[in-house]
Design a protein around this ligand. Structure first.
Ligand SMILES: [Ca+2]
Length: 232
């Protein structure tokens, strides 16, 4: 039989190591977790994919960033605060001229908490026409530890009724739209219903007007300007 002090020592070691062993099983695992991007298409959108049609009112296409947090056994981790960092670059489409930019609705970074599925989804939309490049990274802070996911890089060509990227659709955008509508000059940004040449007509106006009439808007943050090239 082991001496008394040895049994006490063994009991002490068990008490000290057991909680950390239990925690190790519930902590997040970067290799079993994921950061993914998809495009969510509004049911009223004419088409999906690239180019996207987004609106600061949120009733266009959205870029859906999903973070799945799992532990080493691939079981979902609940109550993790997931912080998404969006590093966004934008190249204003040349035809817009001066005074336009690209902006994204919401805060940066932004945080959501996982439920029993271990998953959070961030819808991303905004304003401004042209080519965008998104560099996305996430940090998940869970009761059992913290993991970092990403970065991943996604590029899109984006059209929007918020031509000047102010995050409000108003008469300043109409000033951008009316000349090509009147004179028949090429205007890819407003060619919402694709049909050969990038010119705007009644069908595009029909798609533009509800966003203008509704004054669709959001609050958000500016993007960094970069040379990415015109769309398409
Ligand atoms: Ca605007």
């Amino acid at each position: 039989m082991a001496p008394c002090y040895l049994r006490i020592l063994l009991a002490f070691l068990l008490i000290v190591t057991l909680p950390s062993a239990l925690l190790a099983g519930t902590g997040p695992s970067a290799s079993e977790s994921s950061l993914t991007v998809a495009v969510g298409v509004h049911p009223n959108s004419a088409w999906g994919g690239d180019p996207l049609f987004w609106c600061p009112g949120g009733d266009g296409d959205t870029i859906v960033v999903t973070v799945q947090v799992n532990d080493a056994s691939s079981d979902p981790c609940e109550d993790c605060d997931v912080e998404l960092l969006l590093d966004v670059e934008h190249d204003v489409q040349d035809e817009l001229g001066a005074g336009s930019s690209g902006r994204v609705c919401g805060t940066n970074p932004r945080t959501l908490t996982t439920d029993a599925t271990g998953r959070v989804t961030f819808p991303v939309t905004g304003g401004g026409c042209g080519r965008f490049r998104f560099t996305l990274s996430a940090t998940a802070t869970c009761p059992g530890g913290t993991i970092a996911l990403g970065p991943i890089v996604q590029g899109y060509c984006i059209q929007t009724p918020d031509f000047n990227g102010s995050l409000t659709v108003n008469f300043f955008d109409t000033f951008k739209y009316l000349p090509p509508l009147s004179f028949g000059t090429d205007f890819w940004c407003g060619d919402f219903v694709p049909g050969g040449v990038p010119q705007v007509n009644f069908f595009d106006t029909f798609k533009y007007l509800p966003h203008l009439a509704g004054g669709h808007s959001c609050s958000g943050f500016s993007t960094a300007s970069a040379i990415l090239g015109d769309c398409p």
